[in-house]
Design a protein around this ligand. Structure first.
Ligand code: GCW
Length: 727
């Protein structure tokens, strides 16, 4: 509500409802929960459907729900909506236009309405305008309070996106159980791969001081259905489990609980030695097991609804069970056993690539985990990155989805744009997430989308989920740029329903974040929907991947070949030489295609059979390989780089055209960032062409400008202060 004053000023200045906030600064703090004052006619319409709130109980979660509705309606209607509590004995007269919120237990009038609650589980809701006791009301009903909270946010979203209040009928329940943010926040306040400032967890002043941001963070997450958060970096330090830290964690858990959000921690596998002084961290050692059990007991005494642990083990230098000759299953099960009596979940990452006989990094994770399938405790879930490598601009899905069938698997995506232009490039991730979620895995025959595996339809796991690596920091607007907020938003919405359309989600977000004016919504949504492909075009078209400069992953470095581990080098992935380019993952190469279902493997293995956008992921082809357009690969590659650059220029034009509908402050930031993006798209294009031209010996195709500088110029660029880079 920090921008409330400007909202009122906006209404005074412009009450026709077209663009209430245009011209007035918005600092972005309110995210999509802006609750702009409605135009006069809508105010009347919504007002008659919101004459009073009748609330089932004063439980902490219903209090969050009720206070959100109160605040939002006040801001949108410019009038206070009275609140009544329906204690059972006084569940009598319902006033026309009331909003009834509660469960059938807390608000018995809801029990006799024939609502489809039976199938909605704990988190689902019904929001419906209907007649109760002969008067028109809106009901927000659920089996449990948390469902009511989600229903309130759904109701508000309906109003914010221009829906008619008297015609509302929403029935929804989440299709995934764990909908988690993963913060890669370090205890010193820095954030690995964070581009929005420092960590919002002020560990130093916790537990005494609770910043108001913690509550606003919880509100924002609850509004999109996120129900858990891993507070610290997967590259975890043992200290987070120190008793002095756990009381800080407990304070955050207390703040998040009324919003249905549970806390989780990333833990370091070597904690029993580092923190407990034990001589070993062997997962079968009785003392080690006992240490974890006591630690879990200590945590649950402080935080009874603690979610569990997330572990990155034997991955990029982190300790793990392999260090003492044991398997990932042994390590995971030991910690899972400690959590089991308390109902906690152990999330074990599959991001491993450490084999000495290195053939293909893309194939390593499945090779490591397939033999262990079925060997994990039932409270273990494997957390698998969307692609087989590492959050690249485009990757096929990880073959773990569909091949590991007896162990629950959840998907990890990256909301922070480590490899996608970081904070400044405008890239809406919805279409990228949708592409992987709708990928046909063929795992149980044609038509087995990855989303169906995640929701548990295919292999019936004990637990389901999705995790997103957060892009949140101390930036006033949270995410280091307005459009990055859309990526937090779309993650939450897709974790609720992985089959939702990313365009529909973009529309919601634009309307809630900027307003419902058609002249703004249509072009901005179109721009967002195109933005991911645009980035792929100027950075890594046709399935190229990991062409980043070392460490910061900010700019291009396709020439880099001198890093100690082969699979850290861009040349390992592009394999470009005089004859051709691309990574052969067919039988003549690493045969990683064989990790997929046979029908799909056959498609991947044929360079003419599958979508060309994945060509160089699976194939090493000659520079004069003929594309479907009839042109050579080389010409097509250069065309894509240029197309991407042109598309960024178009984005700048679109943004200029919507200027009358956007407040000055957010307009200016996006405009400045788009200028940076154009400059950097040009850089990616030029540096990539310069390098590939040098190895191929081919001239720049006719009609395309040669890079303005020699290759050495691009090689000489260094960025020691690029953000988000762990040192
Ligand atoms: O994407 C890579 C990042 C690392 C990260 C790692 C991981 C947290 O470059 O910074 O470490 O993945 O996911 O563990």
């Amino acid at each position: 509500m920090t921008n409330l004053l400007s909202r009122f000023l906006a209404v005074l200045a412009d009450d026709d409802g077209t663009s209430p906030a245009a011209g007035l600064d918005d600092d972005g703090y309110d995210l999509w929960l802006r609750y702009l004052p409605l135009a006069a006619t809508r105010r009347t319409a919504v007002g008659t459907s919101a004459t009073a709130l009748l609330v089932g109980s004063e439980s902490p979660i219903l209090k969050s729900a009720r206070s959100e509705l109160e605040k939002a309606l006040f801001a949108m209607l410019l009038a206070r909506v009275p609140v009544r509590f329906a204690r059972t004995e006084h569940d009598g007269a319902v006033q026309p236009g009331s909003i009834l919120l509660g469960t059938p237990q807390s608000l018995p009038v809801l029990a006799n309405l024939d609502l489809p609650l039976a199938t909605l589980g704990k988190d689902g809701y019904v929001v419906r305008s209907m007649s109760v006791q002969g008067v028109a009301v809106t009901i927000i009903a659920a089996n449990e309070d948390v469902g009511v909270l989600y229903g309130c946010f759904a109701f508000l979203r309906h109003i914010q996106t221009g829906g008619a209040p008297a015609e509302i009928d929403l029935v929804s329940s989440p299709r995934l159980a764990l909908r988690l943010l993963n913060h890669w926040d370090n205890l010193d306040g820095s954030i690995e791969r964070g581009y929005a400032g420092f960590s919002i967890w002020d560990w130093w002043t916790l537990p005494d001081h609770a910043d108001a941001r913690y509550t606003d963070y919880a509100r924002a997450n609850a509004s999109i259905g996120i129900n858990g958060t891993v507070l610290n970096n997967v590259n975890a330090v043992p200290d987070v489990l120190a008793s002095s830290f756990l009381v800080k964690v407990a304070r955050l858990a207390d703040i998040f609980r009324p919003y249905g959000i549970r806390v989780f921690l990333s833990v370091n596998f070597a904690s029993p030695a580092a923190l407990g002084g034990l001589p070993t961290v062997d997962p079968l050692d009785a003392e080690v097991r006992d240490w974890w059990q006591r630690k879990a007991d200590e945590i649950y005494a402080l935080i009874p609804d603690f979610g569990g642990f997330l572990v990155k083990a034997n991955s990029e230098g982190q300790p793990g069970p392999n260090d003492t000759g044991h398997s990932h299953a042994d390590g995971a099960n030991m910690i899972a056993d400690a959590l089991m009596p308390h109902g906690g979940t152990l999330i074990w990452r599959t991001f491993v690539y450490a084999s000495d006989a290195l053939v293909d990094r893309a194939a390593e994770a499945l090779d490591a985990f397939k033999p262990l399938d079925g060997a994990f405790r039932r409270n273990v879930i494997l957390q698998v990155k969307n692609g087989p490598i590492d959050f690249q601009p485009r990757e096929p899905f990880s073959p773990i989805f569909g091949q590991v069938t007896k162990t629950p698997v959840m998907m990890e995506v990256q909301i922070t744009k480590e490899y996608l232009g970081q904070a400044t490039h405008l890239v809406y991730l919805g279409p990228a997430f949708e592409e992987v979620l709708q990928f046909d895995t063929y795992a149980a025959g044609k038509g087995t989308s990855l989303s169906r595996i995640l929701t548990g339809e295919v292999f019936a796991p004990t637990v389901t989920g999705m995790a997103g690596v957060a892009n949140i920091g101390t930036d006033r607007a949270w995410t280091g740029g307005v459009f990055n907020q859309a990526n937090w938003y779309v993650f939450g919405r897709l974790a609720w329903d992985p089959d939702m359309s990313s365009r529909r989600i973009a529309e919601e977000w634009v309307k809630m974040s900027f307003g419902c004016i058609e002249a703004l919504v249509r072009p901005v949504v179109d721009m967002m929907m195109q933005s991911h492909e645009t980035l792929v075009n100027y950075m890594m078209p046709y399935g190229l991947h990991h062409q980043f400069a070392t460490g910061h992953h900010y700019g291009p470095g396709p020439w880099i070949s001198d890093l100690t581990r082969p699979e850290w080098n861009p040349t390992y992935y592009n394999r470009a030489d005089r004859h051709g380019i691309g990574f052969d993952r067919t039988r003549t190469g690493s045969d990683a295609v064989a990790q997929y279902a046979p029908e799909l493997a056959a498609l991947f293995a044929d360079p003419h059979a599958f979508d060309e956008k994945y060509l160089l992921w699976f194939h090493h082809v000659p520079w004069d390989f003929q594309m479907t357009s009839g042109k050579t690969l080389w010409t097509s590659l250069v065309e894509k780089y240029d197309l991407g650059l042109d598309q960024v220029r178009t984005m700048r034009e679109i943004w200029q055209n919507v200027r009358p509908h956007v407040d000055a402050r957010r307009f200016a930031q996006v405009a400045a960032f788009l200028a940076i993006q154009e400059r950097e798209a040009q850089w990616w294009r030029d540096a990539s062409i310069a390098y590939f031209q040098q190895v191929s010996g081919l001239p720049t195709p006719e009609g395309h400008a040669p890079p303005p500088h020699p290759l050495d110029h691009y090689k000489a660029l260094h960025f020691p202060y690029a953000p988000g880079h762990p040192h």
